[in-house]
Design a protein around this ligand. Structure first.
Ligand SMILES: [Zn+2]
Length: 331
């Protein structure tokens, strides 16, 4: 990335560790787990990436307040609030969830109550959920249907984590802090409730988990995900991005997991997913069983980049998920 196209403040990384008393019980329960640390990256003016445990958080700040995309785990909330307060004292007005997985929605109940002075959930100074009102939690309706158990899968027993404002069509739009924000459904990709969140003016996209830089695509078949939907979502993501000609820069993507990305990262990931899917499909047409396909290692040449060193089962599970998803289409 050249100096000219480097996003402002890219190197302004702040690490904040919180040893809050409110986390004492959970810290004990987790034995020697390290204290939660949240790293903050300024992506563009007023857009930040918060990296802790679980999925990445995207944050937009301004005079209207704070909008965040995803909330990591509940035990991260206090460290997340401390990191946010280094940047803005405004209340959180909107939380957008990219999908229903616990590492993206676990802090919903806490963070939706982060107003001017109070912090929510079980933390000190919290106000009860029902009284506080708090931020709107926006998602595709399938996120709520999954969390409430209506669609099967992982039913959550904590309604304070559930979205409060859902949509069932292709897209929801919010104008906030002087910026148009598009929340665009990506059907049956990583799950059936995936959305990308496109900050139009900032030219930043929070992609959720169908795009990650830390490993293979994860297709949650029980959560309504699919191989083809993952490819379609990656195609949609590429379509939304406008690169600077001949170099890095242009639209930036905050993946569900991993590092801040440009068009090259997304294109590489999409190509990998397409090539491996084509190989698996070809082997299926040859009549090979799933065991034979896994043994043939159709992801072999991509393993150094996307595999987990010392843990070949992760690659096998990915290949199996592609097979099962393609097999589902035939039924
Ligand atoms: Zn996920």
């Amino acid at each position: 990335m050249s100096i000219e196209t480097r996003p402002r403040g890219l190197l302004a990384v702040i690490a904040i560790a919180v040893f809050g008393a409110g986390l004492g019980a959970e810290a004990t329960a987790q034995q020697e787990a390290p204290p939660p640390v949240v790293n903050v990256l300024e992506v563009r003016d007023d857009i930040y990436m918060l990296v802790g445990q679980g999925g990445n958080i995207t944050m937009q700040v301004g005079d209207d307040g704070i909008l965040i995309v995803d909330t990591q785990f509940a035990n991260m909330s206090e460290a997340i609030v401390a990191a946010i307060r280094e940047i803005s004292d405004e209340p959180i007005r909107y939380i957008i969830n990219t999908h229903h997985h616990g590492d993206h929605i676990g802090g919903n109940g806490n963070l939706r109550l982060v107003g001017d002075t109070v912090i929510g959930g079980n933390m000190p100074g919290a106000v009860p959920y029902a009284e506080g009102g708090g931020a709107q939690v926006v998602s595709h309706e399938n996120v709520l249907l999954r969390l409430s158990g209506a669609l099967g899968g992982q039913a959550g027993d904590d309604p304070s984590l559930w979205p409060t404002n859902t949509f069932f069509n292709d897209e929801k739009q919010i104008h906030f802090n002087g910026e148009g924000v598009r929340i665009v459904h990506q059907p049956a990709a990583h799950t059936d409730g995936d959305v990308v969140v496109f900050f139009r003016q900032s030219d930043v996209i929070a992609a959720g988990d169908f795009f990650r830089t830390t490993g293979w695509p994860r297709i949650d078949l029980n959560g309504g995900g699919s191989y083809r939907g993952t490819i379609a979502a990656l195609n949609n993501l590429v379509d939304l991005m406008i690169p600077v000609y001949g170099q890095d820069g242009g639209t930036l993507v905050i993946p569900g997991h991993g590092r801040l990305s440009g068009i090259g990262d997304v294109l590489d990931f999409r190509e990998m997913a397409i090539v491996i899917g084509d190989r698996v499909e070809h082997m299926m047409e040859e009549g090979m069983s799933v065991e034979q396909i896994i043994a043939a290692r159709p992801a072999l040449d991509y393993e150094p980049v996307y595999g987990t060193p010392g843990n070949p089962e992760v690659t096998d599970q990915f290949v199996e998920s592609v097979y099962l998803s393609l097999m589902q289409e035939r039924d």
